[in-house]
Design a protein around this ligand. Sequence first.
Ligand code: FE2
Length: 415
Amino acid sequence: MYCGTWAPFIRPRFGDIEVTTAATQSSQQLATDPLALIDVDHVRFYVGNAKQAAYFYAHTFGFEISQVADLTTGSREEADYLLTQGNIRLLLTTPLTKDHPAAEEIKLYGDGVKDIALTVFDAEKSWKAAVANGAESAQDPRTLSDETGTVTVASIKTYGRAIHTFVSRTGSYDLPSIKKGAPFMPTFKPIDSPVNEYNRKNPAGLKYVDHCVGNVEEGKMNYWVEWYENVMEFKMFKHFDDADISTEYSALMSKVMASGNHLIKMPINEPAEGKKKSQILEYLEWHDMTPGVQHLALRTDDELASVAALRNRGVDFLSLPDTYYEQVWGRVNKMLTENGHEPVKEDHEMIKDLGILVDADDEGYLLQLFTKPLQDRPTLFFEIISRHGSQSFGKGNFKALFEALELEQERRGNL
Ligand code: FE2
């Protein structure tokens, strides 16, 4: 195991991080379909102390602490910190009063994701279409405005404690202006911090949300698959990982739903019978037996540089059995050459030293690595992923991963 600094592996070639989204779509298409998605507007976390959590995500994952809404800006009910990196926007929300709904949720679930918010052309129309398709409303449409523009938000409930907020923006509240530093919503103001300066000079290279995985109760996966089809008009992604992940170790079932333009993919897991307690069941038990977001996968163009940078910053990643690398190159490179692709181009020894996982399918390969839980409860974690043709989710790594996860569960006394 490598014990020194990871600096030798950092190849600082991210340059200026261009704003990238997972997919593009013609504006005509977007304007006529109320459930067409423009972007992932933001991912909102409910946390116990947003001021401190902001420094955790900034320091360990390289996010800039861009904006704040709190008592000093006229926000009397909650404090919100907007963290940005590439085209990722995390919103950390802390209740300022005991009656704020986040206060009860933090008591039940600890820190975690509340909302996968989606930018659309007209949030009210999107909300109406989703409700007409069978969604339960979480918040009726409301518009925040001032002389510079408007932000309209309206929310629907999805699995467990999670919601989707539709967000439409005009004037200087549109996403291109926000990316240049304009206020995120009324009451937000830009802030700066020495950690931002450091992060601009030492980027971690994370660009956008590749996928967002939900854990639901046993027997409920297909219900939520149909919900995403009917309500959000998503489609089953062609590369879903289905029965073939049910090994003796896997103990989960998973299907992947994708928005029409593949802007976002939402795999849905449910626990399955396995040798030991399912990691999905462990999540649920520490989440008041309530479904929620299990992990966010953040995309980078350079897995080795990103993982090296994040390790240097102190991110705690899952470690794999050493035997993993004895088998992986045979499996992956065989799959690639059989399908007419070049073998994995990154240095194999560096991949091993950084503890990165590799998988391939008929379209190419991917590199991925999973963090340990981001808070004290074994619930939410991040995945750092780069894709080289492959559009799948690393099912070839499941057996190795489950062994690693079981070791962690055992350490927590949860097996
Ligand atoms: Fe994932």
